[in-house]
Design a protein around this ligand. Sequence first.
Ligand SMILES: *[C@@H]1O[C@H](CO)[C@@H](O)[C@H](O)[C@H]1NC(C)=O
Ligand SMILES: *[C@@H]1O[C@H](CO)[C@@H](O)[C@H](O)[C@H]1NC(C)=O
Ligand SMILES: *[C@@H]1O[C@H](CO)[C@@H](O)[C@H](O)[C@H]1NC(C)=O
Ligand SMILES: *[C@@H]1O[C@H](CO)[C@@H](O)[C@H](O)[C@H]1NC(C)=O
Ligand SMILES: *[C@@H]1O[C@H](CO)[C@@H](O)[C@H](O)[C@H]1NC(C)=O
Length: 521
Amino acid sequence: MKSYSFRMKRGALRRRARDVSLVLVVLLCATVVIWTWDRAPTSAFLPPESHYLKLQTEEKVERIPTDTKDIYSSATPFVNKDTKEEEIQGEEVTLSETNQGKTPTIEEIKQEHEDIATEPIYRKTPAIEDNKLEQVKHEVPVGEAKATKKTHIKKTNLDPESKSLAADEERTSTTHIKSQACNYAKGKWVVDDHRPLYSGAHCKQWLASMWACRLMQRTDFAFERLRWQPKDCSMEEFEGSKFLKRMKNKTLAFVGDSLGRQQFQSMMCMITGGKERPDVLDVGPEFGFITPEGGARPGGWAYRFPETNTTVLYHWSSTLCDIQPINISDPLTEHAMHLDRPPAFLRQYLHKIHVLVMNTGHHWNRGKLNGNRWVMHVNGVRNTNKKLAALGNAKNFTIHSTVSWVSSQLPLHPGLKAFYRSLSPRHFVGGEWNTGGSCNNTTPMSIGKEVLQEESRDYSAGHAVKGTGVKLLDIAALSHIRDEGHISRFSISASPGVQDCLHWCLPGVPDTWNEILFAMI
Ligand SMILES: *[C@@H]1O[C@H](CO)[C@@H](O)[C@H](O)[C@H]1NC(C)=O
Ligand SMILES: *[C@@H]1O[C@H](CO)[C@@H](O)[C@H](O)[C@H]1NC(C)=O
Ligand SMILES: *[C@@H]1O[C@H](CO)[C@@H](O)[C@H](O)[C@H]1NC(C)=O
Ligand SMILES: *[C@@H]1O[C@H](CO)[C@@H](O)[C@H](O)[C@H]1NC(C)=O
Ligand SMILES: *[C@@H]1O[C@H](CO)[C@@H](O)[C@H](O)[C@H]1NC(C)=O
């Protein structure tokens, strides 16, 4: 018995010793693996480069590869189908979707066409460039990619803002400097007898009749009498003559979608006070705005006030990225939508611009992309990254790349002030643009009259300009509480039952965007 139990004990001891050495071996192996992992670059554990897209950093964006030069500087005027449709329909987002390609489902439109308020709030991270890489290599945990990639990427935020601010201080009055510190996005709407700044019935030279609610069946005009009063700071009153003086020998450029065009027409009416100005010159050809053969209209408009040599222009770029036909000789060609390249117009004419106002937003839906045969490209090739292909991400990515490209150009153009204008909200209630959605309210300020939040309501825009020299023209929240200011059911070109709760009546809300812009330049 004794010897048996002794044997048992010895056997148990031996087994335990074996277990312990096994554990030790495993621990040793684990240590070696962790040690090598720690030392090797993250890239060692990623698929070879050809298996994932490397997104461009600003350095690359600046260089034009010779083999794609023709894509960038294509002289062939590109007829944007959106442009044609908008002209015919007098509408932008709401009416043109179904003409070609696949008709989007209601659900698709709802999802992709939603305004920023319903977009999820994403975690904030400080470095834009790091995140571009994260977007692509989404298998890699965010923290790791950041830690290992940080040193490889050149930061392009050279803080040109402080430079241009210093320049400002030299030539502007003290009140002007004070106004730089004001957050114009915060404030309230007040009724003011000195509004509107021009007559919607008389500004025929600049204002399209499809946006002039005075020329429609609309009979309530309380929405015209509102003025934006920023909180804790006064905003310089807009005057056309003051604007022209400040913009002597200078060019103001709006680049964006039809909401940008509304802001452009509003500005022309504000400068002229809605009066006829036969002396104002059409200088479109100086910026390549020529109606292409077979096209409905040029890629933009440019007008010059001779007394101060001030030019105000608008260029149509609904997605704020470069779009080029893939096969120039094929009329039904697909178009490469280069998410990481700024519109060709900006590359070509930035040196002639002194104040730039960019916007995008409502064109990022499947209907538009399919209808226009736009195919997302990154780094010169078709995008295969599924995460980036999601429209919300593609839009956000494009806003970030165009804004940081413009910011990277600021040191080369010391006279340039660049703005990104945050999203103009839509107000469809009880449906979408094509399912009976409406915006019938006519009482101003019924959903609110004040904005007190510090951060922009347009998270993507706020994030994109952070740390760059591009300033945010933040109109998202103040416009959001102006649901009564849309064209609504009075649209002259819409089919019965279809309302326009996207575009604004002019005079109206976009005038305020320009008042804030004026205070910021
Ligand atoms: C937008 O893109 C930037 C840069 O690529 C990224 O840092 C940010 O998280 C993205 N935001 C959203 C809402 O996707
Ligand atoms: C505007 O340009 C003209 C011609 O180049 C020049 O004579 C004039 O001084 C400029 N004015 C300002 C305010 O820069
Ligand atoms: C008008 O302004 C531009 C700069 O925007 C300048 O190059 C040009 O010389 C000016 N022309 C006149 C006649 O002052
Ligand atoms: C471009 O389009 C033309 C006309 O449809 C066609 O003949 C040609 O083969 C196309 N080229 C390519 C590279 O697909
Ligand atoms: C808005 O007005 C239209 C036309 O008068 C009507 O059909 C629709 O039901 C109204 N919508 C709401 C939400 O009241």
